[in-house]
Ligand binder design. Structure first.
Ligand code: BES
Ligand code: ZN
Ligand code: ZN
Length: 480
């Protein structure tokens, strides 16, 4: 899709007019409207009304509500962009936005919402009718030359970032038979090949054994596809002395293992969303070329029950020597992260670590599908990630690394239990477990189990994979 900026309206299939509740159309908007009043339209947020008109440059007009002007946020505009895409039918090839006010950030948010909303996972849709109608151009009408110029600059970034978000959605929506560890590895190599100053390295099973990554090996040992560690590095005139380390859980299918899951099995292709998000961020880095040094670690495996699988109660030894009693083979994410985090902390001596993982179903119970819980050992990093999430409008909320619960993770026969069913607070337990593997390094853990994959669509988030937190991480890195 091409995004254009123009000072005047030309012929277009659909003209989009966002309105605030209780406000009259602007002068420019009025000129394009056949009727001046639409009593059925109250301009509530995400309310739409499609009208047809004769003898105008646009045969269709879409009125989109922005709600009360004093309550409108940048995200209101992003949502309006997403809402617009929901109304598009296949006869519409060109869309033009005529805003009531010219404001750089709000227009940028609309464009971003439009691009994020225009998405469908269609790898297996054979019927043309069910595929997403193609939009050739989105034109934004901006009279102010200065604003037009700045918006032009932002649009390139928005296109790169939203493309990366959509590639993450595609990866996470892909069923596990087409998104296995080996295919993920292939996509990682491709990302490095196409990215500026990006390289890729893979630790295969033999290397994992040599390095002593007993947890990743253990989790993956019941599957046909072999476990592996994918590493990506982006380094260009870095302003940071030590790299920033991003780690993403990459369980391409989580059956639960011998502790076989009783529900949501068919959704468990989603369990590599953390790793996919890290890969998505590298796509952005390789295209937008910030002056940074970033390492991405993606431990990849399938958690399967099998004669060779780890069994409940088995003990695994992590890269840093920690012995772990696996009381529940379904708490596998923290195991593969234990290896990735301790290996990353030691090998790269990073100045900050962020991990993303679909770690606990309890994240859904605690904060629902719209808010990502996070845990951290660093007040500095906490502030940075909160600012980044706020500017991306991707809500996050801190949970405490409550030390009272730490004692309950001690095993009578090993250093750690991978979970303790008696103490509740499953998301916090996950965080406390991971904390052991980052040493003294500043670290943030984002539990994206609820927010990476949602059961109901939102204005610019489809049902299924959301691609959330690519934008947060980009905001974080860009301002680092
Ligand atoms: N991948 C799951 C967590 C999950 C659940 C993600 C639902 C997305 C939606 C994870 O590996 C898991 O099974 N966690 C267990 C941990 C428990 C055994 C301590 C859980 O949350 O039930
Ligand atoms: Zn699991
Ligand atoms: Zn899992």
């Amino acid at each position: 899709m091409k995004i254009e900026i123009a000072s005047r309206i030309t012929k277009t299939d659909l003209l989009v007019l966002p309105f605030f509740a209780g406000e009259k159309p602007s002068r420019a908007q009025k000129t394009e409207l056949e009727a001046y009043a639409y009593p059925d339209f109250e301009a509530k947020t995400n309310e739409t009304l499609l009208v047809y008109q004769k003898n105008k440059l646009a045969p269709r007009i879409l009125l989109v509500g922005l709600g009360e002007p004093e309550k409108a946020l940048p995200d209101t505009w992003r949502q309006a962009g997403g809402t617009t895409t929901k109304t598009l039918k296949k006869n519409i090839r060109s869309v033009t936005l005529l805003p009531p006010k010219e404001d750089l950030y709000r227009l940028a948010a609309f464009v971003e919402g439009f691009l994020l909303g225009h998405y469908r996972y269609e790898d297996f849709l054979r019927d043309e009718e069910r595929r997403l109608p193609d939009i050739e151009t989105l034109t934004v009408i901006v009279e102010d030359k200065k604003i037009a110029h700045s918006l032009q600059g932002k649009i390139h970034e928005i296109q790169i970032v939203t493309d990366a978000v959509k590639s993450v959605r595609d990866m996470v929506n892909s069923p596990s038979n087409v998104m296995s560890p080996s295919i993920f590895e292939h996509l990682g190599k491709l990302t490095a090949k196409n990215g500026f100053k990006t390289r890729c390295n893979v630790l295969d099973e033999k290397k994992l054994k040599k390095l002593g990554m007993g947890c990743l090996l253990g989790v993956g040992q019941g599957a046909k596809e072999r476990p592996r560690m994918l590493m990506l590095e982006y380094k260009y005139k870095p302003k940071n002395k030590h790299p920033i380390l991003l780690v993403g859980k990459g369980i391409c299918f989580d059956s639960g293992g011998i502790n076989l899951k009783m529900q949501m099995l068919e959704d468990m292709k989603l369990d590599m969303a953390g790793a996919a998000t890290v890969l998505g961020v590298f796509k952005v880095l390789g295209a937008l070329r910030p002056e940074l040094h970033v390492i991405g670690l993606m431990p990849l495996a399938e958690n399967m029950p099998d004669g060779g699988a780890i069994k409940s109660g088995d003990v695994l030894i992590a890269f840093n020597g920690t012995t772990i009693e696996v009381v529940n083979t379904d708490a596998e994410g923290r195991l593969i992260l234990a290896d990735a985090l301790s290996y990353g902390a030691k090998t790269y001596d990073p100045e900050a670590i962020i991990d993303l993982a679909t770690l606990t179903g309890a994240a859904i119970t605690a904060l629902g599908y719209a808010i990502t819980p996070f845990l951290t050992n660093s007040s500095v990093l906490k502030e940075k990630i909160e600012i980044a999430a706020h500017s991306a409008d991707e809500k996050i909320w801190e949970l405490p690394l409550e030390k009272t619960y730490r004692k309950s993770l001690e095993s009578p026969i090993a250093d750690l239990l991978n979970t303790n069913p008696k103490i509740g607070a499953s998301t916090i337990q996950g965080g406390l477990f991971l904390e052991d593997f980052v040493g003294e390094k500043p670290w943030v853990h984002l539990d994206i189990a609820a927010t990476a994959y949602i059961p109901e669509p939102r204005p610019y988030l489809p049902k299924g994979a959301t691609g959330k937190h690519v934008r947060t991480l980009w905001e974080f890195l860009k301002h680092y």
